[in-house]
Write a protein that binds this ligand. Structure first.
Ligand code: AMP
Ligand code: MG
Length: 345
């Protein structure tokens, strides 16, 4: 009799516990946009319909920012013959931010890199290695400082072309995160191609666990735990081709016109802003470990994880405790960037 009562009591307690903490509702949508697969997942009662609204906003931005879609703001500016064109407030706002980061990275990020990206065949898949003379001529047409943006009037000099591929997805992540927050969502995960951006914590209150890909394979090199952050990775492995035993990838050093060879295999940037994380993951890949650490010391409003081609791992102090190496990287030790000098400890 007693045992039956205890069992009944335990059963009702279990029932109560499951009533008290119901799993948050999950709403998700997966779609193709900006040349990649994207998914938006939002949690909680107020999240119904939010992923679809996010997808609509992304498609709207894609129409403005695409370099290939005739009639987009970027296409219009690239085909204006050097005349100023009127662009939407969204395009102007993204470009203002991007140009600021081109300046602050000393041109490692350059949004006018498109002629070079095309010459190497990364826009069509018809890969080729341009000769030195061709690269020199194309470099004459690459210089973000010659792009003029005044209010919503954008002027790209004749012969030059904008490419927002290094920043558009990250900036879009910020717009979508703000849209979700405005509609009352407090927990969400955006996967925009390789860019991840999370709103708040997981529905159970714990941090999101975001995997950093192993640049040498299909698996993971580590896991980073974050709340309310963008986590964006740039790596040579994302798009590349091989010719005569040499690998050429899609991140171009605007100083040489060639794929950036800084000794890094991938750069992951963790920041409050997706625009910042996206722009810097590309720029720091170009700059290499030492200059990336110098740049971080100057501003400190982001964290990074650098995976070197030699297997080295370098992280900023803000992320060191929240990053765990795994898989074939597990036995390695991450160097932590020293805050005050050029050496790592
Ligand atoms: P991400 O994957 O964000 O690193 O962006 C890489 C893309 O940005 C490339 O596919 C090019 O379209 C473009 N890109 C390549 N190199 C640069 C550069 N140095 N600055 C700006 N955009 C670049
Ligand atoms: Mg980028």
């Amino acid at each position: 009799m007693k045992a039956t009562k205890i069992t009944a009591l335990l059963f009702s307690l279990l029932l109560l516990a499951s009533c008290a903490a119901p799993a948050a509702e999950e709403y998700t949508t997966t779609f193709l946009a900006m040349d990649t697969v994207m998914s938006v997942t939002a949690y909680g009662a107020g999240a119904q319909g939010a992923p679809e609204a996010a997808a609509e906003r992304i498609r709207e931005l894609e129409k403005l920012l695409s370099v290939t879609a005739e009639g987009s703001d970027v296409w219009n500016a690239n085909h204006s013959g050097g005349e100023a064109v009127e662009v939407s407030p969204d395009t102007a706002s993204l470009l203002r931010r991007a140009l600021e980061l081109c300046r602050s990275t000393g041109g490692a990020l350059d949004v006018t890199i498109y002629p070079l990206v095309k010459a190497w065949g990364f826009t069509t898949g018809e890969y080729r290695v341009p000769v030195r003379e061709e690269l020199s001529a194309l470099l004459e047409r690459v210089d973000y400082a010659r792009v003029a943006l005044e209010g919503d009037r954008l002027c790209v000099p004749d012969g030059m072309e904008l490419d927002l591929g290094a920043v558009a997805k990250g900036w879009t992540g910020d717009q979508v995160a703000a849209l979700l927050a405005d509609s009352g969502v407090t927990s969400a995960k955006l996967e925009l191609g390789g860019n991840v951006q999370v709103l708040g914590a997981k529905p159970d209150g714990s941090p999101w666990r975001i995997a950093v890909r192993d640049p040498n394979g299909e698996s993971y090199a580590g896991i980073v735990e974050v709340t309310d952050k963008a986590v964006v990775t740039s790596g040579g492995y994302e798009r590349y081709f091989e010719a005569d035993g040499i690998t050429y990838w899609h991140i171009i050093d605007p100083a040489s016109g060639c794929p950036a060879r800084s000794g890094l295999a991938s750069v992951t940037v963790i920041a409050d802003s997706g625009a910042l994380a996206d722009a810097l993951s590309t720029a720091l890949f170009v700059l290499g470990a030492e200059r990336a650490a110098d740049y971080w010391r100057e501003r400190r409003d982001f964290d990074f994880i650098l995976l070197g081609e030699d297997g080295s791992v370098t992280v900023t102090p803000g992320i060191a405790e929240r990053f765990t190496l795994c898989g074939s990287w597990e036995s390695r030790r991450a160097e932590v960037v020293d805050v005050s000098s050029g050496v790592c400890k």
